[in-house]
Design a protein around this ligand. Structure first.
Ligand code: SAM
Length: 287
């Protein structure tokens, strides 16, 4: 076998995944985090921050379709969307496919991620950084949601794991701020880790979100390079019916949105809210 450099993910202490590095395209210690983008024969270009896979060309569509279309289709009348994080541009690409959306604000802590992903992962943003509806703010998401006078119909926290700068996006202050700047009928979603390996993170998020939202839950999808099983997405709103829309309504809205997706469809939308019993048990366990 030809010799390869190997990149090891360091999210977990005593096990993990690795990638053959065919070519390092960029490496930079930005002011906030250690960024690397490299090429791998199986997953295409891979971007990692602080030793954790953030996104790959091959499987990014699963994550971005599920975190964008589930809340926007469920909302039904979203006009203003806030993306926290999301510097690679994949979430922005998927949100901007909804023609009825009038404004998309991104609050990203690290301008370097946007700069390098525009250059080395152009398929992620696919030109959406130039969308006239797009507004970029470079800041910590927790600062923005605590201070803004703006309001949003959908908030998507497309953040890193709760290590380094991402930690602030798993705090009560952040969740309170999001509850504050959501419009009535608004929906908050956030990446919340692979529940089989990061179950405590889901339990902690559920507990904190429940102080500010009357309906809190999770939905899921399996994303190959988010190693270890189902990726859980936190869901929070003040209206439980938003999580229980009937299939006919979902199908009608999906058809009206005229989206061509590779993962999302109405059946996947409904089925994604089915959770493994071990997670349900952990969420309902006495605190
Ligand atoms: N899809 C990835 C995942 O599921 O882990 C997340 C991808 S995206 C690259 C994560 C983004 O969150 C990065 O661009 C990072 O700079 C940004 N980020 C981390 N902490 C942040 C914070 N406190 N406020 C705003 N953006 C933050």
């Amino acid at each position: 076998m030809p010799q390869h450099d190997i990149w090891y993910e360091t999210l977990h202490d005593n096990f993990g995944q690795y990638f053959h590095v065919d070519r390092v395209l960029y490496r930079e210690k930005t002011a906030h985090q250690d960024l690397v983008i490299f090429e791998n024969a199986a997953f295409g270009r891979v971007m990692a921050l602080d030793g954790v896979v953030q996104t790959t060309e091959r499987d990014e569509f699963i994550y971005h379709e599920m975190m964008a279309h589930v809340p926007i289709i469920a909302h039904g009348q979203a006009r203003k969307v806030l993306i926290i994080g999301g510097g690679d541009g994949g979430m922005l690409r998927e949100v901007s496919r909804h023609r009825d959306i009038e404004s998309i604000t991104m609050v990203e802590i690290d301008a370097g991620v946007i700069t390098f992903c525009r250059q080395y992962l152009p398929g992620h943003s696919a030109g959406s950084f130039d969308d006239p509806r797009f507004h970029l703010i470079i800041d910590d998401g927790v600062n923005f949601v605590g201070a803004t006078n703006d309001t949003f119909d959908v908030i998507i926290s497309d953040c890193t794991d709760p290590i380094g700068p991402g930690s602030s996006l798993f705090t009560s202050d952040f969740y309170q701020g999001c509850a504050r700047c959501l419009t009535p009928g608004g929906i908050f979603v956030a990446q919340n880790g692979v529940c089989f390996l990061q179950q405590d993170e889901a339990v902690h998020s559920h507990r904190k979100l429940s102080h500010y939202f009357s309906d809190v839950g999770f939905y899921q999808a399996a994303i190959p390079t988010y190693y270890g099983g189902l990726m859980t997405f936190a869901w929070a709103s003040q209206d439980p019916s938003l999580r229980q829309l009937d299939p006919a309504t979902l199908r009608a809205r999906f058809r009206a949105a005229q989206l061509e997706c590779r993962y999302y469809n109405s059946a996947i939308h409904t089925g994604s809210f089915a959770l493994p019993q071990y997670l349900l048990n952990a969420l309902s366990a006495p605190r």
